[in-house]
Design a protein around this ligand. Structure first.
Ligand code: G3P
Ligand code: CA
Length: 338
């Protein structure tokens, strides 16, 4: 990371942090999980490339309650924020390490040390050389780097000190089984890091999430993790939405993070499945559906605010994973102010 980049990053962060005087944070310390929560999905990823320090700083300034890093592990055991196991959709790895490609045509973060990964620049997500979300931050810059989870924690805790807010982190363990097959033990490393930074106990300002029940069970029952855990449920995991499955989830987790498609049919006219929300609540589980995006609205919805309002106040979910945290903060503040 060169000097110029450091200066630029500092300037960007200062600019975004300055916005905090304009926004209206929903809550100050301590965390109260009874409120509606704004979870900044991959940072303020609607405005800055996902999983960058700049994106997390912007999310903090916009009033998010939690920032969400997806977490994978490097060859030398460093936890980093990256959504994919592979690097090519969000970095220039092809240019910098052309020979480190695996036989399947991909470059895996687990094949690189953290220091090597610092040679890469991070850009807006692309597919077939085109931006997945065309109106977002231009992909043709080299401004950003892959952050470690520890750097993100230091950033958020530092901003909490300087702003007087109490933003939490909401890490998602990606592909625990796959990491174990590579000889990388992600749960142990995550717990060690979180404990070192004071995230311990049921009231810690953190949720750990995973799509893999085994990973959460391992954290809770084998490693003794006592902070809040959330079972993610993808649209393909509807077997985890039955009454019996929710009973089981309630034995090891504190909430569920369902695909929003499990609550509302996104194909056209709303088909509302309030069963999942009410049944989860009946078992003491909070409900945090994903992912809300202004540039990926369901067909029957005119704006992100309208969609968020429906989920938060009609379906009664407890929080939302959103790429545009400012929109969710606005909706909550306007509703609270009514
Ligand atoms: O963790 C909630 C949501 O982020 C899950 O989907 O693929 O964006 O990690 P994904
Ligand atoms: Ca995630």
């Amino acid at each position: 990371m060169n000097h110029a980049w450091h200066l630029l990053a500092a300037a960007v962060m200062m600019a975004f942090t300055g916005c905090a005087t304009v926004q209206h944070p929903v809550r100050t310390a301590p965390a109260d999980h009874g409120e509606k929560l704004v979870i900044a999905h991959r940072g303020a990823s609607g405005y800055l490339p996902e999983h960058t320090l700049e994106g997390y700083a912007m999310a903090h300034a916009q009033g998010a309650h939690y920032v969400e890093p997806d977490v994978v592990m490097t060859a030398d055991g460093v936890l980093i924020a990256l959504h994919d196991l592979t690097l090519e959709a969000t970095t220039n790895v092809q240019e910098i390490f052309p020979n480190r490609i695996r036989h399947d045509g991909s470059w895996y973060a687990a094949d690189f040390t953290f220091l090597e990964l610092q040679m890469l620049s991070v850009h807006e997500r692309t597919r077939d050389s085109r931006q997945v979300y065309p109106g977002r931050f231009p992909a043709d810059t080299a401004l950003f780097r892959i952050p470690s989870l520890e750097q993100i924690i230091q950033l958020i805790q530092g901003l909490n000190t300087s702003t007087g807010r109490n933003v939490g982190i909401y890490p998602e363990i990606k592909s625990s089984r796959w990491h174990r097959d590579q000889g990388l033990f992600i749960e142990e490393a995550l717990l060690d890091l979180l404990n070192a930074y004071g995230y311990e106990g049921p009231k810690a300002n953190i949720f750990i999430q995973s799509f893999e029940p085994e990973s959460l069970l391992y954290l809770r029952n084998t490693l003794g993790a006592d902070m809040p855990l959330v079972q993610l449920i993808s649209a393909r995991q509807s077997h985890l939405t039955t009454a019996a499955a929710l009973d089981k989830i309630a034995t090891y987790a504190d909430g569920i993070g369902p695909s929003k498609a499990l609550i509302e049919d996104v194909r056209g006219s709303p088909v509302r499945n309030l069963f999942l929300v009410t049944e989860a609540h009946a078992r003491g589980l909070v409900v945090h559906p994903y992912t809300f995006r202004a540039d990926q609205l369901p067909r029957h919805t005119g704006s992100l605010e309208e969609e968020l309002e429906r989920f938060l106040y009609v379906y009664g979910v407890d929080g939302v994973f959103v790429d545009f945290p400012d929109a969710a903060v606005r909706v909550i503040n306007e509703t609270v102010g009514e």
